[in-house]
Design a protein around this ligand. Sequence first.
Ligand SMILES: Cc1cc2nc3c(=O)[nH]c(=O)nc-3n(C[C@H](O)[C@H](O)[C@H](O)COP(=O)(O)OP(=O)(O)OC[C@H]3O[C@@H](n4cnc5c(N)ncnc54)[C@H](O)[C@@H]3O)c2cc1C
Length: 446
Amino acid sequence: MSNVSTAEFGAPDFDAIVVGAGPAGAAAALELARAGRKVCLVERGPFPGSKNMYGGVVYGRILDTLLPNWWEEAPVQRWVTRRQTMILTETAATTLDVRNEAWGRPPYNGATAYRPDFDSWLAQKAVDAGAVLVCSTTVTGLLRKDGLADGPVVGVRTDRPDGDLTAKVVIACDGVNSFLAKEAGLYPEVDPANYTVGVKETIALPREVIDERFGVRGDHGVDIEILGCTGDIPGGGFVYTNTDTVAVGLVLSLPALAKGELRPEQLLARLKAHPAVAPLVEGGDVKEYSAHVIPEAGFDMMPELIGDGILVAGDAAAMCLAAGIWLEGVNFAIGSGAAAGRAAARAVQRNDTSAAGLEGYRSRLESSFVLADHRRLRDAPHLVMGELAQQKMPRIVNGVMEDLFTVTNPDPKPRLRAVVRKQMKRHGVKWRDAVKDGLRAARTFG
Ligand SMILES: Cc1cc2nc3c(=O)[nH]c(=O)nc-3n(C[C@H](O)[C@H](O)[C@H](O)COP(=O)(O)OP(=O)(O)OC[C@H]3O[C@@H](n4cnc5c(N)ncnc54)[C@H](O)[C@@H]3O)c2cc1C
């Protein structure tokens, strides 16, 4: 790397520097390299994905255009052919169970994958296209033109002794809490209420035991999203099957967790002991425990996406979709990273990497699922994390199911309407509030 001071800034080392070799960064670097741009992908870990954790499912449709027939070589664990949404109380569970064999054939739908495998594979695609990948290197700050505090971004500082890196444009793909976006002044304020923390155990079990317990065969797998499993703390849970491990985890509101008495590992132990979950995971060896922050509030917490000489993509721009029945971040990271890469390549070609010259990024995002989904579902995180969905709905749903399926002879069977009314009253939910939230949910999800 060259040692270029901001005052001496002349011909830059690269057309573009992409910070972070997660899915967003790899996709950005891939598109820049394909457009013939000189691009450097900087990663603090020893290899892409080495520092990255998530629940475990990649939704690969966004790869169809980037890497046609990606499924023939992507390092997946299992293809998800069964999706469940589980609603729990301390002792009961009601589950919506969806199976679809078509999801187990090309072009597939979702797959469990290990991040070190998946991120390395995707980053290698960028390298194959011509990107320079620099690992074990942490970006420590931004370089500004002429050293001016609010001058255009012209590169990055790294923790390497041999200096800084200069470029016409920097793409911040450094994940949640992006300090680069903050340093660029693109995040006006950081509200802890917008964040959750995800914790996960990876539990080893023999492959045939997983097949048996989860009711799948071959390379098919299961994705279970769980509501009502986090006590007083707003959040949710998940269980995903890999080939010979099961991922079980929780997503927990940060401020509530800080105020609460239970630690994440205690809450996770409680989930693993639940009668609906214990038979799936018991007897396995915990291979790994990991934790990571999630930008939960979606559209409402997004920073400015564009500055002079800088773009922000993926979790760095809060583009993870955490909306109850969906927890999708990798596809949004790839979609936004690719859009940033294309917009940057175009701006470099036109020799205008000012904020105005980079505006193409916004229009690309606006016309894709990335901002369309986030805009439409902007209320979803608030609804899902609200008291009705978190505390009351799980009790009402399980109470109604208990009343419906408990045989009370010699009394006659209760009417559904009466059962619902009884459970709502018991849990202090007024029809007026239920209808209000129902309409809000219908507007959001409908
Ligand atoms: C518990 C949990 C469960 C989840 N489950 C799912 C799921 O099942 N499916 C799904 O699609 N999404 C899931 N997500 C969300 C998903 O993990 C993220 O949305 C996704 O990883 C975002 O990708 P990214 O490339 O933007 O950021 P990241 O994957 O976080 O990558 C950022 C990269 O930048 C590097 N980096 C950071 N700072 C620097 C620096 N200063 N210098 C150099 N490099 C740096 C990091 O090492 C990392 O490689 C989950 C997240 C969590 C926490």
